[in-house]
Design a protein around this ligand. Structure first.
Ligand SMILES: [Zn+2]
Ligand SMILES: [Zn+2]
Length: 245
C-alpha cells in the first residue's frame, strides 16, 4: 500500500487552524517525511503516527515552517521514543549546521549529544539523484527567498513518482521539473498574485495547461485560499487528508 498522509498543509502562519508543512509518504519500501515544521510533532501525535516509523526526513528549504520541528523531533527520539532504528535527515547543502544552529537558538543544543540510534545528515545537491533506500530523491532549485536554499523534490519509490514544490513563486522551468509525476504536491499560498516568492491560484489556473502530470494537489494554503469555496477545479490539501497512491 502506498499513501501520502498530509500532516500539515497551512502557510507559515497556521492559516485556518492548520499545521505547518509536513507530509508522510508511506511506501511498501519504507516511510519518509517531507518537511518537518514547528507544528509537526503535534500533527504526528494527533494522527497516531509513531515517529519511529519515519526513516528519513527530507527538508525542502531552511524556513522554520519546513524544518523548525527537527530539533525537538531528535530530542523526542531520545527521551520519549527510545528510538533504535536509523534516521536520515536530508536537505540542501548545510543541513546539519542549520539544524544545529536552530537547536542552539531554541535552547536545545544538539552539538555534543549522542544518540542510541544511527543518525546521519545528508546533503541533497541540486540535480543529483540520492538513493535513500525507501525512495530515490532528486532536488531542483525553486524561486523563493534565496537565503533559505529553496528546493523542490522529486521522490520515486515503489513505482510511484511524486513531485513536491516546497515553497516557490512562478518560474518557467517548474512544469518541466514536475512533468510525468503521478502526483504534484504544489504550494499555493495565495489567492491572487502579489508576492513573487509564492504561487497563487490565479497564476496556477492561468498556467494549468503547462503541467503534464497526474493529480495536482494544492497545499501551503494561506488565509484567502483557505477561505475560498471554489479553487478553479484544483484539489486542495487539508490536514489529515490521506491520498492513496
Ligand atoms: Zn513555507
Ligand atoms: Zn519558505
Amino acid at each position: 500500500m502506498s499513501e501520502l498522509v498530509c500532516i500539515g498543509t497551512s502557510d507559515a502562519f497556521g492559516a485556518g487552524g492548520r499545521r505547518q508543512s509536513a507530509y508522510l509518504l508511506r511506501l511498501p519500501s519504507g516511510s519518509v517525511l517531507l518537511d518537518c515544521g514547528q507544528t509537526t510533532l503535534t500533527g504526528l501525535s494527533s494522527s497516531g503516527i509513531d515517529r519511529e516509523e519515519i526513516e528519513a526526513i527530507v527538508v525542502s528549504h531552511f524556513h522554520a515552517d519546513h524544518f523548525g520541528g527537527i530539533p525537538l523531533f531528535l530530542l523526542g527520539s531520545v527521551f520519549a521514543d527510545e528510538r533504535r532504528g536509523p534516521l536520515r535527515i536530508v536537505g540542501p547543502p548545510g543541513i546539519e549546521a542549520r539544524v544545529h544552529e536552530a537547536a542552539r537558538a531554541l535552547g536545545h543544543p544538539l552539538d555534543r549529544r549522542s544518540y542510541d540510534f544511527p543518525l546521519s545528515f545528508e546533503e541533497l545537491p541540486n540535480g543529483k539523484e540520492v538513493d535513500l533506500g525507501p525512495v530515490r530523491l532528486r532536488a531542483f532549485e525553486t524561486f523563493h527567498s534565496p537565503d533559505s536554499h529553496p528546493h523542490g523534490v522529486l521522490v520515486e519509490g515503489s513505482g510511484r513518482r511524486i513531485a513536491y514544490s516546497g515553497d516557490t513563486g512562478w518560474f518557467d522551468q517548474l512544469p518541466k521539473h514536475v512533468r510525468g509525476s503521478d502526483l504534484f504536491l504544489c504550494e499555493c499560498t495565495l489567492d491572487r498574485q502579489g508576492f513573487e516568492y509564492h504561487l497563487s491560484l490565479e497564476e496556477l489556473a492561468s498556467r494549468r495547461a503547462d503541467f503534464d502530470c497526474g493529480r495536482i494537489l494544492l497545499t501551503h494554503l494561506g488565509a484567502e485560499m483557505r477561505a475560498r469555496s471554489d479553487h478553479e477545479g484544483f484539489e486542495i490539501a487539508d490536514d489529515d487528508l490521506v491520498l492513496k497512491l
